[in-house]
Design a protein around this ligand. Structure first.
Ligand code: HEC
Length: 208
């Protein structure tokens, strides 16, 4: 074999390596992610507890914001590092178009006496539920008893209204939903008068 031929083969081999490596890497990542199972409801509750302990507030939100119904007259939103970084980078909650995998958002619901009535959470998990932006949806009692978990159609049906911001709402008064929408989803839950007042005051904040 002459030198030119050897050099040519060497070049081809290197080209193959270069072209081949990223593909192999991507395939590995994909299969690893596909194999990643959602946490159990108990495991996710432990992640939520740790955000509660560290009072890891969702950026651009504050404790005891106005909620929509009497079960959530006040709400407090928490988020983990991945989700918080996405919001901070975008500059506002409505400006986040995609949350990275591993993002965790939590909403604590409080009644008028500021007693915790329930906790909802959404965790972004690669390949989990492509039609619903891969969010694992979960609802818990105040002490962590599972109320709903996984692909929860009712959660997705409402949160899809803000698909532009990857299913994540900004808290009142930035974004509001009409009372009729809340009633359709939660017919037995009375609305919070404070929320109705916000609807009257900020009609332009209603999500279309
Ligand atoms: C009728 C509409 C509706 C339904 C149904 C609904 N949500 Fe929400 N959710 C909202 C709105 C609006 C907000 C933002 C306002 C607030 O914080 O109260 C919100 C906030 C949240 C947040 C904080 C992050 C964010 O988007 O602001 C989480 C987490 C959450 N919801 C999870 C759930 C889960 C889990 C379910 C189902 C068990 C659910 N939601 C059902 C409308 C809904």
């Amino acid at each position: 074999m002459n030198r030119t031929k050897t050099a040519l083969l060497g070049t081809l081999f290197c080209a193959f390596l270069v072209a081949g490596l990223p593909r192999a890497g991507a395939a590995q990542t994909a299969s690893a992610d596909k194999g990643a199972l959602p946490p159990s409801p108990a495991q996710l509750w432990r992640q939520i507890r740790s955000l509660q302990h560290s009072q890891s507030m969702m950026p651009m939100t504050h404790a005891f914001q106005p909620g929509s119904r009497m079960v959530d007259v006040y709400t407090t939103d928490l988020s983990n590092q991945a989700a918080s970084a996405a919001i901070t980078a975008a500059g506002s909650i409505p400006d986040v178009t995609r949350y990275p995998n591993g993002s965790l958002l939590v909403k604590e619901n409080y009644n008028a006496k500021r007693q915790l009535t329930g906790v909802t959470a959404m965790l972004k998990l690669a390949f989990y539920d492509a039609a619903n932006r891969n969010w694992v949806m979960a609802a818990y009692s105040p002490v962590g008893k599972e109320v709903a978990f996984g692909q929860v159609a009712s959660c997705d049906a409402c949160h899809t209204m803000v698909s532009k911001s990857d299913f994540v709402f900004a808290p009142p008064p930035v974004q509001l939903l009409p009372a009729a929408v809340w009633k359709a989803f939660f017919p037995k839950q009375a609305m919070s008068p404070a929320y109705l007042a916000l609807l009257a005051k900020y009609p332009d904040a209603v999500v279309k």
